[in-house]
Design a protein around this ligand. Structure first.
Ligand code: 3HC
Length: 311
């Protein structure tokens, strides 16, 4: 019977059929999904911090409303993804504990500081742009709830990317000092955005198995390359330069050649020694503790409501 279940699972994955929560799945498949979806959800929630810091200082009511909407969207992305992870038998409270205790990761990109208002535009343009490159293929990932969450998230992500790019366009039409501020932000966020896609394929322990299970559709390097090819023309149009002296169009391959990110820096950031790791996790822990009374009140109300129903 076990052999048939595995064969049935393999046939479904090979036929690009969705695996649903009640379907039989190898324990490794389930664990990989919990790991990836939970860390994806954590990334969305932690990702609210660098931009959230600028909501009160946005230069106009329009910019404040846009930024508020975007940060709220990220919270919603986190909730869709925690809900997708919970179909695998884990609980978001437990996943939050793992995040706060450093037993689960979140995207390295959010451990960098958002030092000027131009960072809000550059995060929208580069970070959400990279997230789109990584997330569009995930709309076809083999696990149903994850793929369906991605469809909705990708639609909102393209708004995020556009609002960031439009903000930068406005600043680049502004004063010399505004243009310099944009360029300085691009210089700080370019390489960390390339690192978002994960280590090089040769150093990626999970990629091979995730490709076999149809969890990953493309490799880390393939998506990184796709992001560079998509972004260089946008940088040219914006009038900014990208801080990579090896970036050059390769006529033979029809793609850009580019330099290597600093993988030592990446390892440091992923293991908790980035510029803002401590602050990000401390603020997540404080929000969780301060919000405990809200969760208790909601649970008490739900229980009372349930008892009233039972009477
Ligand atoms: N930051 C932190 N950790 C990273 C990382 C990054 N940028 N890239 C890789 N890692 C970790 C992996 O999680 C893995 O550690 P683990 O086994 O403890 O989880 C280890 O480094 C080795 O990497 P692998 O390439 O072997 O791991 P994966 O096969 O899981 O690939 C991934 C990494 C490409 C990030 C993949 O997990 C993925 O596609 N995840 C879903 C996408 C995601 O999480 N995106 C976050 C973007 S932020 C965002 O979307 C917010 C935006 O809306 C602003």
């Amino acid at each position: 019977a076990g052999r048939d279940l595995q064969a049935d699972f393999d046939t479904k994955v090979a036929a690009k059929q969705r695996i649903e929560p009640r379907d039989w799945m190898p324990e490794g498949y389930r664990k990989t999904l919990v790991r990836q979806i939970a860390q994806h959800a954590h990334s969305e929630i932690i990702g609210m911090q660098p931009e959230g810091d600028w909501i009160a200082s946005a230069p106009s009511l329009r910019r404040k409303a846009i930024l508020l909407a975007k940060v709220q969207d990220e919270a919603g992305h986190g909730l869709y993804l925690y809900a997708a992870a919970e179909t695998l038998g884990v609980d978001r409270a437990e996943l939050t504990e793992r995040l706060i205790e450093g037993r689960q990761k979140y995207s390295s990109i959010f451990n960098y500081p958002s030092l000027t208002y131009a960072d809000v535009g550059v995060i929208g343009w580069l970070v959400d742009g990279a997230a789109i490159c990584n997330q569009v293929p995930l709309c076809r990932t083999s696990f149903g709830p994850y793929a369906r969450a991605m469809v909705r998230i990708c639609k909102e992500e393209s708004f995020h990317q556009r609002q960031g790019y439009e903000l930068l366009m406005r600043m680049m039409e502004g004063t010399e000092s505004q243009r310099r501020t944009v360029q300085e932000a691009v210089d700080r966020w370019w390489w960390p955005s390339l690192m978002m896609f994960g280590p090089p394929d040769a150093d990626s322990p999970n990629t091979r198995q995730s490709l076999e299970w149809g969890i990953k559709i493309d490799t880390n390097d393939a998506l990184r390359r796709k992001f560079v090819d998509m972004t260089v023309p946008q940088a040219d149009k914006l009038g900014v330069t990208l801080p990579d002296p090896e970036l050059v169009w390769n006529r033979d391959s029809g793609q850009y050649d580019f330099g290597e990110p600093d993988w030592e820096e990446f390892k440091q950031v992923v293991s908790g020694n980035g510029p803002r790791n401590g602050e990000r996790v401390d603020r997540r822990r404080a929000a969780h503790e301060k919000g405990a009374w809200v969760r208790e009140a909601a649970a008490a109300y739900a229980n009372k409501h349930r008892k009233d129903q039972e009477v």
